[in-house]
Design a protein around this ligand. Structure first.
Ligand code: AKG
Length: 267
């Protein structure tokens, strides 16, 4: 992506609360991804669609795309953490009118964690987290594509804006695109009115100093981490773990006791 295209996407994400990056995955990668989701969908109630990076090589690609990483880090910092990676399949007849903003259970949009002094306002001054929806199917007006409410990331309150449903726009996009949005932006899957499932993978990212949806440093399999390369320990939050030894015994780079204190390592 050249500088001009990058600037355009960054401005759109800043002003509208979302942008769509085309051509991140090839048609072949999308097909492999769809097949993996289709295979795992029957087990969705038992985690079949969670922790996808541990389950098939194709999903390791999703945090190894330089243009996408550049945009994510532009908004949530150079040491942003991958918070989750899970499949979203909208079957024929499913979806529709379920607008929400993310982070309401484990993130900064958790109304139950608001302090009285917040006066029911959420944090909108900075992007604290972004989410990425990879379109493994083409997203059309009728097949359950995600709809998003432009500008709603700046809406100051936890409650849904009154005009959200009237202003929501369906994100139509070719397969292989990714919708990148501030998690404050109200969004949701539309109804799938076709006979085919709609396949997507979501990969939310958070600031290094916030909690993720999973304890990723413990979740990621060693070989997956190895293949993530030199960025792996930052992306999976190994370096973000708070020490459970005294500081002189702690190796921040690898997120555990130093070599000479491995006897203190927790399973
Ligand atoms: O799959 C989609 O289109 C949206 C899913 C979603 O909003 C979510 O999982 O938070």
């Amino acid at each position: 992506m050249n500088q001009e295209a990058f600037d355009t996407h960054a401005l759109e994400l800043k002003l509208k609360g979302f942008t769509i990056l085309p051509d991140l995955l090839s048609p072949k990668e999308c097909k492999v991804g769809r097949e993996e989701l289709e295979k795992r969908h029957p087990e969705r109630e038992h985690g079949g669609l969670e922790w996808l990076f541990n389950k098939a090589r194709i999903f390791e690609r999703l945090y190894q795309l330089p243009d996408l990483l550049r945009l994510i880090r532009h908004f949530v910092g150079p040491d942003a953490l991958l918070s989750a990676e899970y499949g979203s399949v909208v079957m024929p007849g499913e979806g529709g009118r379920g607008l929400h903003s993310d982070g309401g259970i484990t993130g900064h949009n958790r109304a139950a964690s608001a302090a009285p002094m917040d006066e029911e306002r959420r944090v909108t001054s900075h992007a604290l987290a972004v989410n990425v929806i990879f379109c493994l199917s083409e997203f059309t007006e009728t097949n359950g594509a995600t709809e998003l409410v432009p500008g709603s990331h700046k809406y100051p309150y936890f409650d849904i804006p009154e005009t959200a449903y009237a202003n929501a726009r369906t994100a139509t996009a070719p397969e292989g695109s990714a919708i990148v949005f501030d998690i404050n932006t109200w969004h949701g899957a539309t109804k799938n009115q076709t006979a085919e499932p709609r396949y997507a993978v979501l990969s939310p990212w958070r600031r290094r100093w916030t909690k993720c949806e999973y304890e990723m440093a413990r979740v990621v399999k060693p070989d997956v981490l190895e293949r993530a390369g030199e960025d792996g320990p930052a992306i999976f939050g190994l370096q973000a773990q708070p020490p459970y030894t005294e500081l002189w015994q702690w190796d921040r780079e690898n997120g555990g006791p130093k070599q000479e204190f491995t006897h203190l390592k927790r399973p």
